[in-house]
Design a protein around this ligand. Structure first.
Ligand code: 7ML
Ligand code: ZN
Length: 884
């Protein structure tokens, strides 16, 4: 046995082993007597054996960490010899074809720090069941293809838990002796156990109403801790917009009389779509102008939309098994992205989404955790709530729309919902519905679900003035990923346009076609090499590629700085315009790194500086877009184009270029900053958000140059700002500077906001991500701050996540101190909350991408983590796969 081999063999679950359930649960009557230390759960299940299951087969229910009290079959209590209990569940042999099973068990919500199953957060009871949390509440067939109708009765102390919520509609309630009371809920829609939820506590709420397109009235409630009531209005507004949008864009109406959202402070993820009772991380609901940034407001819109849209894409039509996770998640992310795009600026939203995909998913695809959108196997399903399943999954759905057109896609979605309503299905069923409705052949397209890796397109163009043609030759290849050394070519929609030298869009006519089409065209790639000949081209065009990011691929084409600067100024597609600027900046940064290495003088390329100047002075452009255009690619993104990453070198080049831009563009930056000052009351419409983002971008640059004027501006904005967006932008700029004003500002901010945990999270994150030399020491000190709490995932993300993922220069310190610090914390967090620990391990998983010296130090921490006894399955899976 080598040092890295596990003591126990982890079980692997494989897609190819899927079998339909041997038993079904038709109804589940649940009863909870809620106490923090010992909650009693009684469940009466009506179970039927599947016709294909031999009568000799025992019933096997999942259950983890439960205290079993009793089991009764058709009213007769079983003796311990008539069933078996182990760490994985409860086995009852000799059951009839149809029967009622009654189970009583106990759980301990106050001790549940993993935040899966039933737990206590901020003094309130709540649940998280996806993916396999229900088995920590009671024994059940805890798999998504077992769909039951639930009736839930909650009993609790009336003073402690005046509010008792579960899925569906309230059916009855009453009083009991000793100050206890009860409430019964009935959910008429059959659902998998992962959508079960309950909430109990002393919560306050705001209420509203929504009338569906067909005229049904739905009551909307948003439950929070009383002191947060003033931060609910935005989320409620987002909910109503989402409900209207799903009716208009997909013809989907809400289906219960009541829709509830509950905000809790301790939550592993962003939110959860439990039927009729969405539970949210409070960071994804609560917002007021004083405490939340424009980005927070925007994120809340997306998350509220996302969870609401799951009511159809996930709940009414659900997943057959967890390999199909992207069926609901990819589709729902696509839906929430389109919703957000319609509520704000489409181009800017697209840039935001592509940035997220490139930074998270492309990196995942380039490492040891790369997996297809529909994975083939897993050890711990919680580890597969990934950028690939979510973000690449959304791009796969978007490609279907790009290939089938908006109408064909809508017909496909209609057919999908109609055909599979009330069922648990597969990604293949989704593609079949698209195929059937649009009359398309998507056989090759299906490879997007089964092959991992980010395809790369190598494009060559040739202009023939004599023939008046422009020829594009596109070769695709996809790098190997774990278990997939060779890939077949993908079916790829490639949106292109041709521009004249004065920025006009050329009509496009492929050889053999009768009529040109104005503007963007979607070319379909199927073979490894494809050639497209555009005719009637009378001057050498500039090629605009992958417009709107029409497919999740990387594009390579020889282009000089001038051509990229031209596209950055003139492309009519906002994504391609932005992308040209990013490509130009990456080229310049790589050249700076080369100059650093060879000891040459560092100079900021005039082409880039002038392109930035021109954009900054573009009075017509959308300001939110300009802010994106003038933001340099992240250090991590730049690092991706290196064979072996040296984060310090990337950081130095980045810093040099930011400072050079700040100095060269000092005048227009200052002028723009001044001209965009707040006028009138704070508003969060797209226009105002854009203005703030461009103004704060200017402030950020100004603070990087050595201009003494910048500091007073920044301090003034910090002190007089009336909204968190402006205050935080100023604080962040100060925190990244080495000015004496830094410490007092941080202290003042903490004193002002120490009672608001979500704002304190921002305070942690700003300090952890500031790339100052003493960052690690500061973070270490902050882990001992009274406001830090390792049991709260938001706090861990704000401090440890921001340092390890948002501060590459300091986390990757040459002596490995950042890695050792992370190793300590992974080991500390794993017994508390495996999901949180496993997320942090991912940072180390990419060790092979770094300079050998750094990579070895990262690997050493992985080995140290793996050597720990009793490691969770979550952390074990990521750490061990990282070393293969
Ligand atoms: C995605 C979620 C989870 C995990 C939420 C948990 C969810 C599973 C849940 C987009 C927007 C907001 C949250 C999430 C997200 C990782 C990400 N079903 O609804 O997908
Ligand atoms: Zn989701």
């Amino acid at each position: 046995m080598s040092a890295v081999e596990p003591l126990r063999m982890a079980q692997t679950v494989c897609l190819k082993d899927y079998r339909p359930p041997e038993f079904r649960i038709e109804t589940a009557e649940l009863y909870f007597d809620l106490h923090e230390t010992g909650t009693t759960v009684r469940s009466r299940l009506f179970i039927e054996r599947d016709a294909r299951t031999p009568p000799s087969h025992p019933l096997v229910l999942n259950g983890e960490g439960l205290e079993l009290v009793s089991v009764a079959l058709d009213g007769r209590t079983l003796t311990p010899g008539e069933y078996r209990v182990d760490e994985e569940g409860l086995t009852v042999p000799g059951v009839p074809a149809r029967f009622a099973l009654e189970i009583e068990n106990r759980v301990h919500p106050a001790d549940n720090t993993a935040l899966e199953g039933l737990y206590v957060s901020g003094g309130n009871f709540c649940t998280q069941c996806e993916a396999e949390g229900f088995r920590r509440i009671t024994y059940f067939l805890d798999r998504p293809d077992v769909m039951a109708r639930y009736t839930t009765t909650l009993v609790a102390d009336r003073a402690r838990c005046p509010v008792l919520l579960s899925n569906g509609n309230p059916a009855a309630h009453g009083e009991l002796a000793d100050g206890r009371h009860w409430v019964r809920w009935e959910d008429p829609f059959p659902k998998p156990s992962y959508l079960f939820a309950l909430v109990g506590g002393d919560l306050a709420w705001i209420e509203d109403e929504f009338t569906t397109r067909s005229g049904r009235k739905v009551r909307l409630r948003l439950y929070v801790q009383r002191h947060n009531l003033d931060k609910c209005a935005h989320a409620m507004e987002c909910l109503k917009r989402a409900m209207r949008w799903d009716e208009e864009a997909y013809g989907r109406e809400y289906d219960l009389d009541l829709f509830m959202i509950v905000a809790v402070d301790d939550f592993n993820m962003g939110a959860m779509e439990n039927k009729g009772l969405n539970i949210f991380n409070s960071a994804c609901v609560l917002a007021s102008p004083e405490t939340a940034t424009d980005d927070d407001f925007q994120a809340i819109l997306g998350v509220v939309g996302h969870e609401y849209f799951h009511n159809w894409s996930g709940n009414r039509v659900t997943c057959r098994d967890w390999f199909q996770l992207s069926l609901k998640e990819g589709f729902t992310v696509f839906r929430d992205q389109e919703f957000s795009a319609e509520m704000a600026s489409r181009g800017v939203e697209r840039i935001r989404d592509v940035n997220a995909l490139r930074n998270a998913q492309f990196r995942e695809d380039a490492g040891p955790m790369a997996h297809p959108v529909r994975p083939e196997s897993y050890q711990e399903i919680s580890n597969f709530y990934t950028a690939t399943v979510y973000l690449k999954g959304a791009e796969v759905v978007r490609m279907l729309r790009n290939l089938l057109g908006a109408e064909g896609f809508r017909r496909g979605a209609d057919l999908y919902f109609e055909r599979h309503d009330g069922r648990a299905v597969t990604t293949d069923d989704f593609v079949c519905a698209m195929e059937d409705a649009a009359g398309a052949d998507l056989a090759q397209f299906r490879l997007w679900y089964s092959q991992a890796g980010s395809p790369e397109l190598h494009v060559e163009r040739r202009y023939d003035p004599g023939a008046g043609t422009c020829t594009l030759t596109v070769r695709q290849d996809c790098p190997p990923t774990p278990g997939q050394p060779e890939k077949a070519p993908f079916h790829i929609p490639l949106a292109v346009g041709l521009l004249t030298r004065d920025g006009r869009e050329l009509p496009l006519c492929l050889a053999g076609e009768a009529h040109p089409v104005a503007g963007t065209r979607v070319l379909e790639l199927r073979r490894e090499v494809e050639t497209f000949v555009f005719t009637g081209i009378t001057e050498e065009p500039v090629v605009s590629l992958l417009r709107g990011f029409s497919a999740p691929v990387k594009v390579h084409m020889e282009r000089d700085d001038e051509e990229l600067a031209f596209l950055m100024a003139h492309d009519t597609d906002p994504f391609s315009r932005w992308d040209a600027g990013q490509e130009l900046a990456v080229k310049v940064l790589l050249r700076l790194m080369e100059a650093q290495r060879s000891g040459a003088d560092l100079v900021a390329d005039p082409v880039l500086v002038e392109a930035f100047r021109r954009s900054l002075l573009d009075a017509e452009a959308d300001r939110a877009f300009l802010a994106r255009l003038l933001t340099l690619p992240s250090e991590d993104y730049v690092a991706e184009s290196l064979d072996r990453i040296d984060p310090a070198a990337v950081h130095e080049a980045h810093r040099f270029l930011r400072r050079a831009l700040a100095k060269a563009l000092h005048e227009p930056l200052l002028e723009t900053y001044r001209s965009l000052g707040e006028s009138g009351p704070y508003r969060i419409d797209p226009e105002s958000v854009g203005r703030r983002s461009l103004r704060n971008l200017c402030l950020g640059y100004l603070m990087q140059g050595d201009d003494p004027q910048a500091v007073p501006l920044c301090l003034d904005q910090f002190h007089s700002g009336t909204n968190m967006t402006d205050v935080l932008a100023a604080l962040s700029a100060l925190a990244r500077s080495e000015r004496p004003e830094r410490e007092p500002a941080l202290e003042e901010f903490y004193e002002r906001w120490k009672d608001d945990p979500l704002v304190v999270d921002k305070w942690f994150a700003i300090q952890a991500s500031a790339p100052l030399p003493d960052a690690l020491e500061r973070v270490r000190t902050l882990t001992r701050h009274p406001a830090f709490n390792p049991r709260n995932p938001n706090k861990v993300r704000a401090l440890l996540g921001a340092f390890c993922q948002g501060n590459p220069a300091r986390f990757h310190a040459r002596d490995g101190a950042g890695y050792a610090f992370l190793g300590d914390w992974i080991l500390e967090l794993d017994p508390i909350n495996p999901q949180v620990a496993a997320r942090l391990v991912r940072v180390l998983s990419r060790w092979r991408r770094y300079e050998p010296r750094l990579g070895e130090l990262m690997r050493a921490q992985l080995e140290r983590v793996l050597a720990a006894p009793d490691l969770s399955r979550d952390t074990y899976e990521i750490a061990s796969k990282s070393l293969v």
